[in-house]
Design a binder for this molecule. Sequence first.
Ligand SMILES: [Zn+2]
Ligand SMILES: [Zn+2]
Length: 266
Amino acid sequence: MQPDMAARVDPLAVRLGPSICLLDDDGRCFLVDVSPDIKEQENRLLKLPVYAKRAARNPFDGVLLTHAHMGHYAGLVHFGREAANCDRLPVWCTEKMAGFLSANAPWDQLVSLKNIELKVMDSRTGMSAPLEPWPGLSIRPIPVPHRGEYTDTVGISINEKLLYVPDIDNWDAWPAAREEVGKHEVCLLDATFYSRDELPGRDLKEISHPFITDTVKKFGDLTDGRRIILTHFNHSNPVCDPGSREARSVQAAGFELAQEMMAIAL
Ligand SMILES: [Zn+2]
Ligand SMILES: [Zn+2]
């Protein structure tokens, strides 16, 4: 069975929207990207005692958004008055993203009702900023080339240890790609599609993601001494099936495949 069909009939084969959650031992919790699956993702977080014992008003202490494509920010609707009714939840994003959210319904209502409080990251200077209320957490936004109808796109560096680039057009369009991957201990990288063969009849110019076959070539020599974890799989991607030939060959090349609720210690 094709992996995209498997996800339609087997709930365990479903991959939820792309998102990572930074959680410390005291239950402080910072979310990177708010996917449309945020309700289910929060349910899963509640199974972790350190998250479940949080007494905070908001489900997260802060949120960062990489860009305005559906999978990365549309879950914000769950933070509004009809649902979680958050109180001034800090939302970090680029200036362009902040302008987009402030000027367009329904996101502008989250701003005007103070469910969220927008905090602009300066992605042009690539500054590294400690984030309130978590002084030990530092974020460096990294502009990356990616189809941008409404906003620009950033990858992020967390404490210069973890690099998260869930969406990028292709690695060659980002001159700093190898330098940034080489600087980090753990890299979570866009692996939406496996190869060109997966998309018969589609114009490749419309595909704003690298293929895993290209990613393996680009970073294969950097897997020694660091974890490169592939993520953001489309359900058509054969690596969704861990027993597939493609999944095994990617792992044999030194790469890891992200799993639901995968925990990474930093
Ligand atoms: Zn995108
Ligand atoms: Zn995406």
